[in-house]
Design a protein around this ligand. Structure first.
Ligand SMILES: C[S@@+](CC[C@H](N)C(=O)[O-])C[C@H]1O[C@@H](n2cnc3c(N)ncnc32)[C@H](O)[C@@H]1O
Length: 243
C-alpha cells in the first residue's frame, strides 16, 4: 500500500527521493519549526510514548525515521543499553549527531543512514522499535511495517507516534484552518522550502489513521494492537507486538 502524498508533486522522482530531498532541505530549521508549530506539544507526545516504551523494559531499541534524534533522545528515559537511529536523510542525521555529541550521549545512541523498507539488521534483533512522525512519510507503508516486524524480537513492541485527523467540532475546524493555512505559511517563511509545509497537511490527510492503521498492523501479523488518540485526536500512539 502506498501513501501517495508527494512533497514536490511536479517532480518525477520517487516519493522516497522527494522525501529525502525535502528533509535535507529543511533539516537546519526542523527542530525549531517542530516545537514552534506544535507549541511544544510534540515534546509531551514523545514523553507519553516513551512512558509506554518503558513498561516493556527494552535493552536494545531501533528508532526508525529518527530525523534529528529527538525521539531516540527521549527514549533514554526507558533506560536502554543501546539505541540505533536510522533515517534516509543525511541532513537530518547530521544535525542529530551534533545534538548527541553536545549532550555526550553518542556512545548510547548511534545514527546511521538506512531505509525502513530495507532495514540492514538481522531478524529478531530489537527489544523495541519506535517511530515518531515517520510512517506517514514511507513510500510503501506496508513494506516498512513488515521490515520492522522482521527485526523485532518475538513479543517485542512497535510504538508509533503519528499525526491523525481530529473528528469532532470545533477542534476539527480549528485544526483544519491552522494546519492548512497558518502552518504552511509560517513553515514556508522560516524553512524557505515552498512545499514542505504543504506536504505536511497533505500527507496527514492521506494517511490511514486510527482504526485503518490498526487494521494494517493486524494484517501484517502484529498482535495486541492499540490506538491511543492524544490531544483531541491531533496525534495518536499506536502499539503492536510481534507475535
Ligand atoms: C517528520 S520527520 C520525524 C523525525 C523524528 N522521528 C521526530 O520525531 O522528530 C520524518 C523523518 O522520516 C524520515 N524518513 C522518511 N521515509 C523514510 C524511510 N523510508 N526510512 C527511513 N527514514 C525515513 C525522513 O527523512 C525524516 O527525517
Amino acid at each position: 500500500m502506498t501513501t501517495n502524498a508527494l512533497p514536490y508533486s511536479e517532480s518525477s522522482a520517487s516519493k522516497k527521493e522527494q522525501v529525502e530531498l525535502m528533509f535535507d532541505n529543511i533539516s537546519g530549521k526542523y527542530d525549531f519549526l517542530n516545537h514552534f508549530l506544535s507549541l511544544g506539544i510534540d515534546i509531551l507526545w514523545r514523553k507519553k510514548a516513551v512512558k509506554i516504551l518503558k513498561s516493556f523494559n527494552p535493552t536494545f531499541i531501533l528508532d526508525v525515521a529518527t530525523g534529528t534524534a529527538d525521539f531516540a533522545i527521549e527514549a533514554l528515559a526507558a533506560n536502554p543499553k543501546k539505541i540505533i537511529g536510522i533515517d534516509i536523510s543525511e541532513g537530518m542525521l547530521s544535525h542529530g549527531r551534533t545534538k548527541l555529541k553536545d549532550k555526550k550521549i553518542d556512545h548510547i545512541i548511534t545514527l546511521q543512514k538506512g531505509d525502513s523498507e530495507n532495514l540492514p539488521f538481522e531478524a529478531n534483533t530489537f527489544d523495541a522499535v519506535i517511530v515518531s512522525f515517520g510512517v506517514r512519510n514511507f513510500e510503501n507503508l506496508e513494506i516498512g511495517l513488515s521490515n520492522i516486524f522482521r527485526v523485532l524480537k518475538p513479543n517485542a513492541p512497535l510504538i508509533v507516534l503519528e499525526f491523525s485527523k481530529p473528528k469532532n467540532f470545533p477542534i476539527k475546524q480549528i485544526y483544519n484552518i491552522y494546519f492548512k493555512f497558518a502552518l504552511p505559511f509560517i513553515g514556508k517563511l522560516v524553512s524557505k522550502d515552498n512545499s514542505a509545509y504543504t506536504y505536511l497537511p497533505d500527507s496527514v490527510e492521506k494517511f490511514p489513521d486510527g482504526e485503518k492503521f490498526i487494521a494494517i498492523l493486524n494484517k501484517l501479523g502484529y498482535q495486541s494492537c492499540k490506538n491511543l488518540p492524544l490531544t483531541f485526536g491531533i496525534s495518536s500512539i499506536y502499539i503492536g507486538q510481534k507475535s
